[in-house]
Design a protein. Structure first.
Length: 317
């Protein structure tokens, strides 16, 4: 498993991170027992994954707490978050949530603590009224680094993170980025590199990549809306050119994101041991051929209206 420093934090992190949210939540939402979910995380740790991301709303912090028992805490990087979307967020609620996260995780400190799902209209308030509480927690040793995550489904032009990177208050950001929507390259990653900010990528794998017909429908929709040039793509097999260098579209998706300049950790979530093993194998493979990367960049260069999860996502459309 490849590792890299997480920007200016200098935490050494695996390029693959375990995401404890999403539809699976380590299997917690797909019928797995707590013990089975704990085993999934331990399988990931044994495979060299040392980064795990969760949130106060995922109900998986306690699972992570069990999984790290008996492990060298200093070798595992834990990221958790306080949800801000449609939530009352005050210094008091932040302090209470942080203390509860510490209790559930069974740890004295959290490596990266982020304000989660921050939309542009909430950003200024969170900086002026809440950020100082995060600074205080860092001074107390409860958290090591402060992060922020965007609400990609609502903020597909990355307004929140563009503002956050200009302010340079955040040690780590979480951004939506995948080979179908690469808008974060210029909007976020360029400045993150300049500021040496740690970058977690979410949404590397999207529904449009899960089935050939889904991908055809997705591409057709984007052609109709002028975001893909039909001359650039074979509609009958839109990403068929990747077959020679990948084992699946999921494999291509993870490797594409992993090797994007400025990206440190790519999150992957599952509660299935076989699925986990396949994902680990993808992260251990070499980079995609440069000719394929450049072709992907060219085909999807104008896409900004969707995360890749469905064909119609942009607000107001």
């Amino acid at each position: 498993m490849q590792t890299t420093p997480l920007g200016r934090t200098n935490l050494i992190v695996s390029r693959m991170g375990m995401g404890a949210g999403g539809p699976s939540r380590l299997g917690n939402r797909t019928g797995k027992t707590v013990s089975e979910s704990v085993d999934i995380l331990r399988q990931a740790f044994d495979a060299g994954v040392n980064f795990v991301d969760t949130s106060d709303t995922y109900s998986t912090e306690a699972i992570i707490g069990q999984a790290i028992q008996g492990r060298d805490r200093s070798s595992i990087v834990i990221s958790t978050k306080k949800s801000t979307r449609r939530k009352e967020v005050t210094p008091k609620t932040i302090e209470a949530n942080l203390n509860n996260s510490l209790r559930c995780l069974g740890t004295d400190y959290i490596d990266v603590y982020s304000l989660h799902g921050v939309v542009p209209q909430d950003y200024d308030y969170l900086v002026s009224d809440v950020y100082a509480t995060l600074q205080k927690a860092r001074e107390q040793g409860k958290i090591r680094f402060i992060g922020i995550t965007e609400m990609f489904n609502e903020d597909m032009t990355h307004i929140t993170l563009r503002q956050g990177l200009e302010d340079d208050l955040w040690d780590v950001v979480m951004v939506g980025f995948n080979m179908l929507n690469q808008s974060a390259r210029e909007a976020v990653l360029k400045k993150a590199i300049e500021n040496n900010v740690g970058v977690q990528v979410m949404f590397a794998l999207r529904k449009a990549l899960s089935h050939p017909q889904s991908l055809k429908d997705f591409v057709t929709h984007l052609i109709q809306h002028g975001e893909i040039d039909p001359a650039d793509i074979d509609l009958q097999n839109p990403l068929g050119f990747l077959a020679a260098s990948t084992v699946s579209l999921a494999d291509a998706a993870y490797r594409f994101c992993r090797d994007e300049p400025g990206v440190h950790v790519v999150l992957s979530g599952t509660g299935n041991p076989e699925h986990l093993a396949a994902n680990v194998a993808s992260f251990e493979r070499p980079p995609l051929p440069d000719v394929d990367v450049q072709r992907l960049r060219h085909i999807f260069r104008n896409v900004a209206s969707t995360t890749g999860q469905s064909m119609i996502e942009a607000p107001g459309r």
